[in-house]
Design a binder for this molecule. Structure first.
Ligand code: ATP
Length: 229
């Protein structure tokens, strides 16, 4: 279906000889929030990396609105409005927050920072601070802020709340609820109350295989997801 923001079909992925994903299929519609849960090493990050073009799949197809993503570079995929926020919260540590945002603007061609600063007003007072000195929460704000430049159609966000204080988790939850008004989100999360509060659909992975696809509101609960962690 061409109006699908993302369709992954029968994806196999590996690092060298080591196979990590087996026959994984997921679908994301416009403005949907899709959660991906699973134990450590289940292959969640590998799934996001494959979609974002950082890892070329061994088999399977990945399309966005009918356009094939496999074989395109990560830069080209980002240019199509599919932005990836990795788990490692890597920023340019020696550059200021402002300079990090400037690089995001340069890459996306979007120099309007108003939406970023509406979501994350704290970044205004941190503009001249080196990004390497930011707290984990502030760094996550910068990463997500940079990713929303260019008004992406799909955000792939890997464990955004890991290690963050409850107040920042709650803030990010509100930000994701706002972001979904203009973009679809795929969020890898271990925080089940948080992801269940905002997701329309949850995929559970285990040892590289899809174990469950939860689509009914009453299934999207921490209790139902817990056995997959
Ligand atoms: N660059 C790499 N080279 C080789 N193996 C890797 C590499 N990255 C990940 N793996 C392996 O692939 C498997 C899946 O890892 P992945 O990071 O996708 O899992 P995950 O579900 O995101 O786990 P976590 O929650 O711990 O981040 C693991 O067995 C991991 O050791």
């Amino acid at each position: 279906m061409s109006n699908q923001i993302l369709q992954v079909q029968s994806l196999d992925a590996s690092y060298g000889e080591s196979k990590v994903l087996f026959d994984v299929s997921i679908a994301v519609q416009e403005r949907q929030v899709v959660g991906c849960v699973g134990r450590n090493g289940a292959g969640k990050s590998t799934l996001l990396k494959s979609i974002a073009g950082f890892l070329q799949p061994r088999a399977g197809t990945i399309t966005s609105e009918g356009v094939d993503l496999v074989g395109r570079t990560a830069f080209a995929i980002a240019g199509m409005g599919i932005k990836y926020v990795p788990q490692d919260k890597k920023v340019f540590s020696d550059l200021t927050v402002r300079e990090n945002l400037e690089l995001g603007s340069y890459a996306s061609g979007d120099y309007n920072w108003d939406p970023v600063l509406v979501f994350f007003p704290k970044l205004k007072v941190l503009m001249d601070r080196k990004a390497g000195w930011l707290s984990g929460g502030e760094r996550q704000m910068l990463m997500i802020g940079r990713a929303i430049l260019g008004r992406p159609k799909l955000l792939l966000i890997d464990e955004p709340t890991e290690g963050l204080a409850p107040s920042i988790v709650s803030h990010l939850k509100d930000v994701f609820r706002e972001l979904r008004k203009s973009a679809a989100l795929v969020i890898v999360e271990q925080n089940l109350p948080m992801i269940c509060a905002i997701a329309d659909k949850i995929y559970a992975l285990n040892e590289g295989r899809l174990m469950a696809e939860l689509t009914e509101r009453e299934q999207i609960t921490p209790e139902v997801c817990e056995p997959y962690l």
